[in-house]
Design a binder for this molecule. Structure first.
Ligand SMILES: C[S@@+](CC[C@H](N)C(=O)[O-])C[C@H]1O[C@@H](n2cnc3c(N)ncnc32)[C@H](O)[C@@H]1O
Length: 260
């Protein structure tokens, strides 16, 4: 490449074009994607419900009932509070538990909602078998998860996935889709979200650039951080701050799957 091509009027114009938003959808667009697969009045199971924010919205929008499960007691507490505050105690129950061992009766769930949880499941097959078991015939599983663009990388696994509790193998696209097939869960919709949600978040909140700045500061003050907060806190912070950055760079690729 010639220097006058690199430093050209044309490249400056290209950058200006890239300053214009492509109007990407944000994370809440998952509700719209899932809507055609949710039965009015149906029962929704949110696996890994965290604070039940999504479950409350889903139950309100679809006039149904819901149950939420999460292994972290603090999440369960906050989820129950959110359900109480929404006045939905008679329609939503939340309990402590894991995807691999669901309490729901077989065939009792119309929709399984599993958002950003597949990455951390130590027993993906066990969890998919349970989702399949509780699903009624013709019901759907809505999954949002991330896959890797390219092969597994041992350094990335050590520095990003392990400190975040991710099972790196669950992010290998072809293995993940083979696991769905093993459990007779057929893909009826598959969306590559790619960088869109992160673009939206960066455009509205500048979270990714903030994380990059935090990451630079974290690394430059490594010794002090470890002394004050411990080595584990450093590793987790470093991994967490790289998550969204890698999504925006296209290394981790958010995906939506609807399975039947
Ligand atoms: C990244 S958060 C996503 C939370 C929520 N679904 C959302 O989209 O905001 C991952 C969640 O999975 C939960 N989790 C971790 N291991 C799990 C397991 N084995 N079964 C079910 N949930 C699990 C965590 O406690 C956490 O709430």
């Amino acid at each position: 490449m010639e220097m006058d091509q690199i430093y050209s009027e044309g490249s400056r114009r290209l950058f200006e074009e890239l300053d214009v938003s492509l109007d990407p959808p944000g994370p809440d667009s998952l509700f719209e994607v899932a809507a055609p697969f949710l039965e009015p009045g149906g029962h929704i199971l949110d696996v890994g419900c965290r604070d039940a924010r999504h479950l409350v919205t889903l139950v309100e929008r679809h006039a149904g009932t819901g149950s939420g499960v999460d292994p972290v007691p603090w999440h369960v507490e906050r989820a129950r509070l959110a359900v109480r505050e929404a006045g939905l105690e008679d329609r939503i129950t939340v309990r402590r538990g894991v995807a691999e061992d669901l309490a729901e009766a077989s065939g009792s769930v119309d929709t399984v909602w599993c958002r950003d949880v597949v990455e951390v499941l130590p027993d993906l097959d066990g969890a998919l078998a349970e989702m399949r078991r509780v699903l009624r015939p013709g019901g759907h599983v809505v999954i949002y998860t991330n896959v890797l663009n390219g092969p597994l990388d041992p350094v990335e696994t050590r520095d990003i996935h392990e400190p975040l509790g991710n099972v790196a193998g669950n992010l290998v696209e072809e293995d993940l889709e083979a696991a769905f097939a093993r459990h007779d869960l057929r893909i009826v919709r598959r969306d590559v979200v790619g960088t869109r949600w992160r673009e939206f978040i960066e455009e509205h909140e500048q979270w990714v650039s903030r994380d990059l700045l935090r990451l630079a500061r974290l690394r430059r003050t490594r010794d002090r951080v470890i002394e004050r907060h411990g080595a584990d806190a450093f590793r987790t912070a470093q991994a967490s701050l790289q998550w969204g950055v890698n999504q925006l760079l296209g290394r981790f690729v958010p995906m939506i799957y609807v399975l039947r």
